[in-house]
Ligand binder design. Sequence first.
Ligand SMILES: [Zn+2]
Length: 385
Amino acid sequence: MTNCLYNEDAYLHSFTARVMEAVSLADGRFDIVLDRTAFFPEQGGQTADTGTLNGEVRVLDAQIRDGIVHHLCDAPLPVGEAVRGELDFERRFSHMQQHTGEHILSGICAAAYGCRNVGFHLSDHIVTVDYDKPLTPDMLDELEERANRAVWANLPVRCWYPTREEAERLEYRSKKEIADRLRIVSIPGVDDCACCAPHVRATGEVGLIKIMSAARYKGGVRLTILCGRRTLLAVRTGLRRLDALCRKMTCGEEELTQVLEKRDAELREAKLRAAQLEGELLCREADDARKRGERLLRVGGADMQAMLRAVDRLSGGADLAGVFAGNDEAGYTFCLTGGQGLKEAFAAFRTAVGAQGGGDAQLIRGRCAAPWQAIASFFENVQGA
Ligand SMILES: [Zn+2]
């Protein structure tokens, strides 16, 4: 069994140990076992510590199996040699902040709302906590408020091993039955929880606890949270984005929603006006084409309402006519109208150019991928007949 130094001292970031085993793995990494270690292996939803051995061998990951910690490294080390381990402690300390923050939230959540913590995930980028009951926005605000008050109270965080008698008397949160020695993380008045991970020594070190989002999850809720420096970085990034947005909209933060709503309304209005003008233009084109004796009109793009008005004008209420919008590459949307025989004409058109669509005796709408030349020659033939 590896002597796990992180159990006794979460702040130990440099240590000496002896290499017990060094095995080359198929993926190119080396599995190194030491007699003792400060590297916390992946467990309980938390990713492993990283760092170096002897300053040059990088510890990329750590896994625990049957009480033995396996350091997955990028280079080998001679068995029997004494080595110096060095953790990436900034990263580890962030993990400690996140994890203690999670205990504070979950302890308060259990006491206040009877929620059980049924999931936890802590990595370099994200911390999520799952509870078995849904929480309203008001409950979340209250939870966040109380959690931060526990931070400001700077309460001691104690990791300890109760005796069997102490454990029987103690009420504590636990996700699963613990086979090994029971380790409890206690925050007075806030939480007692069975946990194997390193924690900060006082709640003040957690820094600001922020619930970033809440989503329904398996009948309960999944919270994404940030603590400590991660919160600082998120606030900094968020405020910079907000500032950039305000400068773009030339307004203050408090007016932003109003300004965006106004822009939105103006845009809708402008689109409507553009569609009307487009419709009028298309009708004029249809009138001109009809005067030239043409019953077929091709436009780059138009909305269907405008096309319907235009095809009506082109037809004069009697002749077979078609308005097509699009191009040979993207294909065409079209509408056809005409007097008697529209259905037959469309059936012939469908066969000739492979069009798709449908409608009634007065109007057909559809799409086709045929080249313009094929469409135009079909109409010439129909009108010539
Ligand atoms: Zn824990």
